[in-house]
Design a protein around this ligand. Structure first.
Ligand SMILES: *Cc1c(COP(=O)(O)O)cnc(C)c1O
Length: 383
């Protein structure tokens, strides 16, 4: 049985790609919860690394993890995926794989906070420096490039205000200069955007978010060509050692079965809620890439197939107490970090870049959308 067909659609990949380890006819692969694999003979042991299909040690590879990696590689349109114990493990490995002492990074200032912290506070210890720019401004990225620039790091859309970067234009300027592009694709998931198909070199994920989707695992992924992934896996992957545990990999396989269905529902509900908020008197601005009013419609049309379930809005009431009370009054939306799971979340946010104004960032979960809208309306009414 062929375990992958390049013509398979997204949903078919989720069900059938890499299902090589069937036992007793079970439709769900086993969890190889083992740290090592043994051999019958000294000869087999001696030759264990010469055969690609020989398992050895779980920090190197594991059959359960391998299934999840092959599915995610196919979904992103990449040759190779490596799963990590968290998004930050994947991001730090990917960034470090493209830097050496003296390297310079250009990073969008809308990138995930700890990603920027890594670049600002840890990488300088190894002689790597970073310039942050408004990633929406392609000229600002070009102006920040230096002879030593080895990485352009993008996150489009971001996860708070959904800045959209012009990925094809950024890729072109990077390629002309031999610079590696890395894109955090956690917000869209491969269902709504495939940066590798736009020419990006490495895609990274907090797979804790939509890929996992059930808020029960912390996971990261890096995806790219075989050529680019081989050194990343052999150096940062194996030596920093931030692997995904086989049980978490098995939960990831479970999660991928419904990725397309979940993304469709997150998007459908988010669109309905965004449209509802736009009409609401207590809301002065709605940020959602799925609304036709988004600043960068042209880029969205060119590089995304849809928008996910993240929405941010600026309430008309701007005192901290009211914003907190609004979030506390919600019954279905809970207050908490992370996003992309089955459950709806809402957090109060105030950032210096937005002149200290208050916002509410929501992750729209898989509850009935009419219940979510009623929950929001009741919280507005309670103020
Ligand atoms: C959560 C998040 C990360 C970090 O992922 P972890 O799995 O928490 O390590 C990276 N990028 C984005 C956009 C995120 O939201």
């Amino acid at each position: 049985m062929s375990t992958h067909d390049p013509n398979w659609g997204f949903e078919t990949v989720c069900q059938h790609t890499a299902e090589d380890y069937r036992f007793e006819g079970a439709v769900v692969p086993p969890i190889f919860q083992t740290s090592l694999f043994t051999y019958e003979t000294g000869e087999a042991f001696e030759n264990r690394l010469s055969d690609e299909m020989t398992w050895d040690y779980t920090r190197v590879s594991n059959p359960t993890t391998d299934i999840a990696e092959k599915k995610i590689a196919a979904l992103e349109g990449g040759e190779k995926c490596r799963l990590f114990g968290s998004g930050m493990a994947a991001i730090s490995a990917a960034v470090m794989s493209a830097c050496k002492a003296g390297s310079h990074i250009v990073c969008t200032n809308a990138a995930y906070g700890p990603t920027k912290y890594l670049m600002q506070h840890m990488l300088p210890r190894f002689g790597v420096t970073t310039t942050y720019v408004d990633g929406r401004d392609t000229d600002a990225i070009r102006d920040a490039l230096r002879d030593e620039t080895t990485v352009i790091y993008i996150e489009s859309p971001g996860s708070f205000f959904f800045d959209i970067q012009d990925i094809p234009a950024i890729v072109q300027m990077a390629r002309e200069r031999g610079i590696v592009t890395i894109a955090d694709n956690s917000n869209c998931s491969p269902y709504y955007q495939r940066p590798l198909s736009l020419g990006v070199d490495l895609v990274v994920h907090s797979a804790t978010k939509y890929l996992g989707g059930h808020s029960d695992i912390v996971c990261g992924a890096a995806i790219g060509s075989r050529e680019r992934m081989k050194p990343l896996i052999e150096m940062e992957g194996l030596l920093l050692g931030g692997i995904l545990d086989p049980f978490a990999a098995w939960l990831m396989i479970r999660s991928l079965r419904t990725l397309a269905l979940r993304m469709e529902r997150h998007a459908q509900s988010a669109r309905a809620i965004a449209e509802h908020l736009v009409r609401h008197d207590a809301v002065s601005k709605v940020y959602y890439p799925g609304l036709p009013t988004h600043l960068h419609q042209d880029r969205i049309a060119a590089q995304m197939r849809g928008a996910s379930g993240l929405i941010t809005f600026r309430p008309a009431f701007q005192d901290k107490q009211s914003v907190y009370r609004f979030c506390e009054s919600l019954r279905l939306f809970q207050i908490g970090v992370s996003w992309g799971g089955h459950e709806s979340l809402a957090i109060p946010v105030s950032v210096p870049e937005k002149a200290g104004k208050w916002y509410v960032r929501m992750s729209i979960g898989l509850e009935s959308v009419q219940d979510l809208i009623a929950d929001l309306d009741a919280a507005f009414a309670s103020l």
